[in-house]
Design a protein around this ligand. Structure first.
Ligand SMILES: NC(=O)c1ccc[n+]([C@@H]2O[C@H](COP(=O)([O-])OP(=O)(O)OC[C@H]3O[C@@H](n4cnc5c(N)ncnc54)[C@H](OP(=O)(O)O)[C@@H]3O)[C@@H](O)[C@H]2O)c1
Length: 352
C-alpha cells in the first residue's frame, strides 16, 4: 500500500485518480477547498492554497507519490517547495497546451514550449498554456529533474464536464432525426481523445514506477468522420443491447464555411460543433501529437468506440441540451431548416 497525495482530487480527473488509487489498495489523501465532492474513502484535507500554511496539514506524511493538478504557477511552486524534497515521486499534470506550435504532425516532447508565465501574472484568468509551462518549470527545478510531467491532450469519457467527448454519442442516442453533422473532406479534421480512466491509470502507474521527464498522454488519432461513425455505432450497440429502438441515423451535412455567418463555434462550448477544429492555418499538428513515449512507458488505451459506448450507457436519459458543448435541439433544428444541404444514411466519413 502506497501513500498518495492529490493536490486537487475534487475535479473530474482528480476524482478518477482517487477512485483508482483506492481500488488499487493505496491510501489516498486529497487537498482541496472542496468546491467539488471528495471521493468516499479518501482522506480529505480541506485547505485553500491561496492561504498561508495550506500545506502544513499534509507535511507529516512521507508521500510515495504526489500528483499536482493545478494550473497556478504560484501553487505549483509553493507546493513543490514545501513537499517536494521529502516526496518519493512527483507528477505534474500539465497539458499539450504548453506547446508553442500546433503545426507539426507527430511532434514529440522535445517540441518547443511556451515561455513560462512570469510570477506577476499568476491568477485565475492567466494564459493557460504559459501558466502550465511555468508549473512544469517549477516542478522540474525544485525536484532536480526528478519529476514526471504528463501532458494530456483532450481528455474524454463518461462524465466529461466539458461535453466535448459526450455530445456526439449522446446526440446519436437521442432518436431525433436528422442529425446535423459538419461536412469536412474525408479523412480530415483529426480527433485525439484520451479516456480519463486510461489517463488516471497511466498517471498512477508511471508515477509510482518513478518515471521522470516529459510525456504526452494522448489518444489514438481518428478523423472526425471516423469518430462520428464510431459515435453512431456505439449508440446503436447500446440500444440493441438494451432492446430499445434504433437511435438517430439520418444525417444532414452542414457546410463548415457557414459557421461564422451562423454564429456556430468550432471545438467546444455553447452553439458549437464539438471536436471540429478551427479551420485555420497552423493547426496541422493539433490532435496529432506523438504518443510514442507514453506507449513505451506503458500507457494502455481503450478504443474510442468503447469510450463512446460507455458514455451512452452511463449517460442514458441525459439530453444534449444539458451539455456544456454542442447544439441544443432548437439550434440544430434551426440550422437544418436554414442550412441543411443533403440527407443520407451514415456512411464512412461525414461527406454526406
Ligand atoms: N480537460 C482536458 O481536456 C484537459 C486537457 C489537458 C490537461 N488537463 C488538465 O487535467 C487536469 C484536470 O484536473 P481535474 O479534472 O481534477 O479538474 P481541475 O478543475 O483542473 O482540478 C483543479 C483542482 O484544484 C483544486 N483547487 C483549485 N483552486 C484551489 C485552491 N485555491 N485551493 C485548493 N485547491 C484548489 C480544485 O478543488 P476545489 O475547487 O475543491 O478547491 C480541483 O480539485 C488539470 O490539471 C487540467 O489542467 C485537462
Amino acid at each position: 500500500m502506497k501513500q498518495i497525495l492529490l493536490l486537487g482530487g475534487t475535479g473530474w480527473l482528480g476524482q478518477t485518480l482517487a477512485r483508482q488509487g483506492l481500488e488499487r489498495g493505496h491510501q489516498v489523501t486529497a487537498l482541496a477547498r472542496g468546491t467539488g465532492p471528495f471521493v468516499l474513502g479518501v482522506r480529505a484535507v480541506v485547505a485553500d492554497r491561496e492561504s498561508p500554511g495550506a500545506y502544513e496539514k499534509v507535511a507529516d506524511t512521507a508521500w510515495d507519490l504526489v500528483i499536482e493538478l493545478t494550473d497556478r504557477p504560484r501553487f505549483a511552486r509553493e507546493a513543490v517547495g514545501f513537499l517536494g524534497e521529502a516526496a518519493g515521486n512527483w507528477v505534474f499534470v500539465s497539458s499539450c497546451s504548453v506547446y508553442a506550435l500546433q503545426s507539426e504532425p507527430e511532434a514529440d516532447e522535445t517540441a518547443t514550449t511556451l515561455e513560462p508565465l512570469p510570477d506577476a501574472d499568476d491568477g485565475e484568468d492567466a494564459d493557460f498554456g504559459r501558466a502550465k509551462s511555468a508549473c512544469e518549470e517549477a516542478s522540474m527545478r525544485y525536484r532536480d529533474g526528478k519529476a514526471l510531467v504528463i501532458r494530456p491532450g483532450l481528455i474524454g469519457g463518461p462524465g466529461d464536464p466539458s461535453g466535448r467527448s459526450t455530445y456526439w454519442p449522446l446526440r446519436f442516442a437521442e432518436r431525433r432525426d436528422p442529425v446535423l453533422v459538419p461536412k469536412v473532406p474525408e479523412g480530415e479534421a483529426p480527433v485525439q481523445i484520451i479516456d480519463v480512466r486510461d489517463l488516471a491509470a497511466f498517471i498512477l502507474e508511471a508515477g509510482l514506477a518513478g518515471e521522470h521527464g516529459y510525456v504526452n498522454a494522448v489518444g489514438e488519432v481518428h478523423s472526425l468522420g471516423q469518430a462520428l461513425d464510431l459515435a453512431r455505432e456505439a449508440a446503436a450497440a447500446v440500444a440493441a443491447s438494451n432492446g430499445t429502438p434504433e437511435p438517430s441515423r439520418q444525417l444532414v451535412g452542414y457546410e463548415v464555411s457557414r459557421m461564422a455567418e451562423d454564429q456556430v463555434n468550432p471545438w467546444a462550448g455553447p452553439t458549437s460543433l464539438p471536436l471540429l477544429l478551427p479551420q485555420e492555418d497552423g493547426y496541422a499538428g493539433f490532435a496529432r501529437r506523438s504518443d510514442a513515449r507514453a506507449l513505451q512507458l506503458g500507457l494502455r488505451r481503450r478504443s474510442l468506440r468503447q469510450m463512446f459506448e460507455d458514455i451512452v450507457s452511463t449517460g442514458e436519459g441525459l439530453e444534449v441540451d444539458s451539455l456544456c458543448s454542442g447544439l441544443t435541439a432548437a439550434e440544430e433544428q434551426l440550422l437544418v431548416g436554414r442550412r441543411g444541404t443533403s440527407h443520407g444514411q451514415m456512411s464512412p466519413g461525414v461527406g454526406v
